[in-house]
Write a protein that binds this ligand. Sequence first.
Ligand code: RB5
Length: 149
Amino acid sequence: MKIALGCDHGGITIKPAVEKVLKENGIEIIDFGCFDSSSVDYPDYALKVAEAVSQGKADKGIVLCGTGIGISIAANKVKGIRAAVCHDLFTAQMCAQHNDANIIAMGGRVVSEELAEEMTKVWLNTPFEGGRHTGRVGKITAIENKYFK
Ligand code: RB5
């Protein structure tokens, strides 16, 4: 499995925790940066990760900013992306199980390194449940097809 990873200066604090989990699980990381705490613009990193996932160059993506909000909003502007900002283990599980989220977003100013690590594990290890959720996710795609050109 390949995971695209991107963050801004607000998310870089939890990047090592996320990378640790990916490496421990033998997952190939496509690291789009950023690589230090200099101030950068989160949409630039959201776009790189979202395009990699949307184009099939990565299986899934992880994006990190201060809150997880801005970078998830930006990632969701790319066709085919279902980016979910999560704050705890339950939301990390549910976004995979019910929403088939192909990108998880977390906030370095919101969650601890330990929690980011656990959330990454839960999201990676939770399969999409399918069933009634398939149709609901399909309705998200239908909205996308209606409005994305
Ligand atoms: C950067 O200061 C901060 O605005 C950004 O990391 C993120 O939290 C935006 O949603």
